[in-house]
Design a protein around this ligand. Structure first.
Ligand SMILES: Cc1ncc(COP(=O)(O)O)c(C=O)c1O
Length: 361
């Protein structure tokens, strides 16, 4: 049977996520497996968030609020933006898909970094875009080169700040220089999935830039620091006319009830998450120290994950770690043949990773 699918999707390689814990337990007959592969928060939701989820569960016979009204009001107050400048998604991934769906005609150009978050590429290819990749320089964005690649056909430039897998960030001055003189028809998609982890004074103030640039959209997520990856909720901030366009291609009930209630509880629980961010930062510093002590090279990161250089081929190292019950991400899929990406875990998880790495490397 030959299916008459859209030609554009034949070039798409399906996204390969980090292996789930249960799968690794089954595959290797292990009892105790840890996952440091998907940049999740190892601590899980706060008690207040769990309470909100229990409360929300009572209303699951009803469709969710398609407008996310209560969450929208709370977040708009928090961010000091107009409620109509917000769009919520089934993860921030969905906002990427919505933007591409709304803007790309087959043959339009999209510019991304290389390596970069895979969803920019996959979503763009599905809509028939021509994806131009610009290599990172020392694991940092080369915005000058990305700007040079812009042509009359360019529709979107994707900027992960910080991006995954490199974990490095773009400075305010660099972003300002990039945006200056850019044709306003080119949409600049600034993905700040790791925003809450960035501790740098010169990090881009994207909400400030939104006041000046109507061609900008900024996305953030509740999946990382807020520990709601399993519920799927993220959001985008942009000028209202751009949000209005995205709402036309959004499914009516794209964000489920539990996700909305849990996200709202997160916003009321900021002090708890600030402490978690500090805990993760301290553990990241601990891993740096221990990597250095063992002569393991890594890329300094402004996120909750670290790109680690391995002496052997990454698939082999990731496979060996997996057999020991430590799931990390093999970066060869991103073209980084001798790198693995590890998420900063709890102190016990990080010790287990270090011990397993010591044995293997
Ligand atoms: C750079 C980047 N953007 C976006 C996402 C998607 O996050 P979510 O769809 O869970 O909000 C991720 C997840 O790993 C990411 O690394």
């Amino acid at each position: 049977m030959k299916y008459l699918v859209k030609k554009s999707i034949l070039q798409v390689k399906p996204y390969v996520p980090g292996k789930p814990i249960e799968e690794v337990k089954r595959e290797f007959g292990l009892k105790n497996v840890i996952k440091l592969a998907s940049n999740e928060n190892p601590y899980g939701p706060s008690p207040a968030v769990l309470q909100a989820i229990r409360q929300g569960a009572k209303h699951l016979n009803r469709y969710p609020d398609g407008d996310c009204f209560t969450l929208r009001q709370a977040l708009s107050r928090d961010l000091k933006v107009n409620p109509q400048q917000l769009i919520f998604g089934n993860g921030s991934d969905e906002i990427i898909v919505l933007v591409v769906r709304a803007f790309i005609h087959p043959g339009d150009e999209v510019i991304i970094a290389d390596p970069s978050f895979l969803v920019y590429n996959i979503a763009s290819l599905i809509e028939g875009a021509k994806v131009k990749r610009v290599a990172l320089k020392d694991f940092r964005y080369d915005l000058t080169q990305m700007k040079r690649q812009i042509t009359a056909k360019t529709k979107i430039v994707f900027i992960g700040n910080p991006d995954n897998p490199a974990g490095t960030y773009i400075r305010q001055k660099e972003m300002e220089a990039f945006l200056k003189g850019l044709p306003s028809r080119v949409l600049v998609f600034v993905d700040e999935a790791y925003y809450e982890f960035v501790k740098a004074n010169d990090y881009v103030n994207s909400l400030g830039l939104l006041k000046r640039y109507k061609n900008l959209i900024v996305t953030r997520t509740f999946s990382k620091l807020y520990g709601l990856a399993g519920l799927r909720i993220g959001y985008g901030i942009a000028h209202q006319p751009l949000i209005d366009i995205l709402n036309r291609v959004r499914e009516p009930f794209n964000v489920n009830t539990l996700a909305q209630m849990a996200a709202l509880a997160c916003l009321k629980n900021k002090a708890y998450y600030a402490k978690l961010a500090q805990k993760i930062e301290d553990q990241k510093k601990f891993l740096y120290k221990e990597f250095n002590r063992r002569g393991i090279s890594f890329v300094e990161s402004w996120t909750n994950f670290i790109l680690v250089q391995t002496k052997n081929q990454a698939p082999k190292v990731a496979g060996q770690l997996c057999r020991q019950g430590v799931i990390v991400r093999d970066m060869s899929y991103w073209g980084l043949k001798k790198y693995i990406r590890v998420t900063v875990g709890t102190p016990q998880e990080n010790l287990r990773l270090l011990n397993a790495l010591e044995e293997i490397l």
